[in-house]
Write a protein that binds this ligand. Structure first.
Ligand code: FRU
Length: 535
């Protein structure tokens, strides 16, 4: 029998060995090692603040999702990774795969830094027609397109240290070979020149690359993924410029009225509506070379109003029969990402979410929903009784140690002067508040008293999002996972994603009517199973 040792097995072996070492040291009285190993000896994925149904690395530093591609029944997720520390450093692409977008298997690191530099963010495609000629046999190669970041150049104050490189795999993404002709796009003298996203454009049968160049995006065409021609620029005077542009994406979407439009996503290093890094998008047309924004150029559309959804892009090569546009973001913010209070790893990804284009009361907007595969881990549900809470009244929705991971669905009707909040709390009386304020017509997450916040003076705060819908029924879908909350309001028209770090996990959820009456039209609390351990 062949015994396959996965990263998870290795991790367990290391942890058990560390545990044994710890016991041995305790007996021989070596206190220093004892303290250090004591902290790291944690059962698998059960450390304090560890998300239970979101993707996070087994250990060490993670940032952007990269190279998301679907091939032969596997969703690949590569990501920015530094294996030697829990803070950012020389970037690698680490790797995980899933067959349902919910359960993930950690795989070995896919791309290591080399003489051309660290491996920064980028994308991957299936080269179905073997245009790159990297294929072996009958199967198409997977091709990864990424940015090389030459640290020596950055340190020397040069402005040409970011270039674009490619690599290929002929074994379903398990091993990668870098192309000998790298870099495939040299630097034109722009310091911030990175994060290539490649798509196939059917009408011209060409590859299209979109990458960010400081304050705009550049679009390229290619026949073979190796030779690229600059065809247009977009964005110098469009949207928000509160920070450097990063991690673009470009894709077509059918609107709810059956019109094909193109969406351009651009992350911004700073200047998001609630501070720090965030993601904007544009809706328009694309002819294979040029993207045209259909909205006024100064208009800014935000993908998520929470502070913790950054550098998100979408999966490539989702089969036509599936037809979804599936997005995943990094659930952190550069303002404090490197100092959040987790010990052995840093950060998690958002839930995978579908993107749709809908004609809303405010115009054509992206609507975001959690992928339906989430049902694979839903547990028991309890329905709330329809009832009205008068001002000051509260309803205990649930109390249990399991409540730190759940889905709460609520439809509430409240007047223009109404304000209600959902309060999640622990024994220390630390509280996370999620709610709607009728006077301001906005949703909010208040994490000012949610737990630890002293690690950064950028962390604490109230994050708000204007409501779009005029419906008297306010609809909220809220996913709570130990240290994160994702709020999908009004069927995904408005989104807020935030992380938080309570001293002990939340164990109680209450609904409080703060102003006016809150009529609970419908409500349901559902438990969610861990994807990392048996419950
Ligand atoms: C975004 C980003 C990218 C870059 C990567 C480096 O978070 O700054 O622009 O490629 O992170 O890790």
């Amino acid at each position: 029998m062949i015994c396959r040792i996965t990263k998870r097995h290795l991790y367990t072996i290391i942890m058990i060995t560390t545990g044994l070492l710890f016991v041995a040291c305790r007996e021989s009285g070596t206190n220093k090692i004892q303290e250090e190993t004591d902290q790291s000896f944690q059962p698998y994925f059960q450390e304090q603040h560890r998300p239970q149904f979101h993707f996070s690395p087994e250990r060490m530093w993670m940032n952007d999702p990269n190279g998301m591609v679907y091939y032969e029944n596997e969703f690949h997720l590569f990501y920015q990774y530094y294996p030697d520390s829990t803070v950012w450093g020389p970037m690698h692409w680490d790797h995980a795969v899933s067959t349902d977008l919910i359960h993930w298997e950690h795989l070995p690191i896919a791309l290591y830094p080399d003489a051309l530099g660290y491996i920064f963010s980028g994308s991957a495609v299936v080269d179905w027609k073997n245009t790159s000629e990297f294929g072996a046999g009958n199967d198409p190669p997977l091709v990864a397109i990424f940015t090389y970041h030459k640290i020596e150049g950055e340190r020397a104050g040069d402005n040409d240290f970011q270039t674009q490189g490619i690599a290929y795999s002929n074994d379903k993404g398990r091993t990668w070979t870098k192309y000998g002709g790298n870099p495939v796009i040299p630097n034109p003298g722009i310091k911030d020149f990175r994060d290539p996203k490649v798509i196939g454009y059917q009408p011209s049968q060409k590859w299209v690359m979109v990458l960010t160049a400081f304050d705009h995006v550049r679009l390229y065409n290619s026949n073979n993924l190796k030779d690229w021609e600059l065809v247009s620029e977009f964005g110098h005077d469009q949207g928000s410029h509160g920070g450097v542009w990063e991690c673009p994406d470009l894709f077509p979407l059918m609107t709810d009225t059956g019109e094909e439009m193109w969406v351009m996503i651009v992350s911004l290093g700073d200047g998001a509506p609630n501070g720090g890094s965030g993601t904007q998008y544009f809706v328009g047309n694309f002819d294979g070379k040029t993207f045209t924004n259909k909205n006024p150029k100064e208009q800014v559309l935000w993908l998520d109003y929470g502070r913790d959804n950054y550098a998100g892009v979408t999966w490539s090569d989702i089969p036509e029969e599936d037809g979804r546009r599936i997005f995943l973001g990094w659930m952190s913010n550069w303002k404090y990402a490197q100092v959040v209070p987790t010990d052995s790893w840093r950060s998690a990804m958002t839930l995978p979410r579908t993107l749709e284009l809908k004609n809303t009361e405010a115009g054509l907007r992206l609507v975001t929903k959690p992928v339906e595969e989430i049902r694979n881990i839903l547990g028991e549900s309890v329905e709330l009784k329809p009832q009205t809470l008068a001002r000051g009244e509260e309803l205990v929705i649930g109390t249990s140690t399991e409540i730190d991971r759940c889905l709460l669905e609520l439809t509430i009707s409240t007047g223009e002067a109404g304000k209600f909040l959902i309060e999640m709390s622990n024994v220390e009386n630390q509280r996370l508040l999620v709610g709607y304020d009728g006077r301001r017509d906005e949703f909010f997450i208040d994490r000012t008293a949610s737990g630890k916040s002293g690690f950064s003076n950028e962390f604490s705060g109230v994050h708000t999002a204007p409501r779009i819908s005029k419906s008297p029924h306010i609809n909220l879908k809220l996913f709570l996972d130990v240290s994160s909350v994702e709020v999908f309001a009004d069927q995904g028209e408005v989104l807020l994603t935030d992380v938080f770090f309570p001293d002990s996990n939340y164990h109680a959820i209450r609904l409080i009517s703060e102003e006016g009456d809150a009529e609970i039209v419908k409500g349901k609390l559902t438990s969610i199973k861990s994807i990392w351990r048996e419950d």
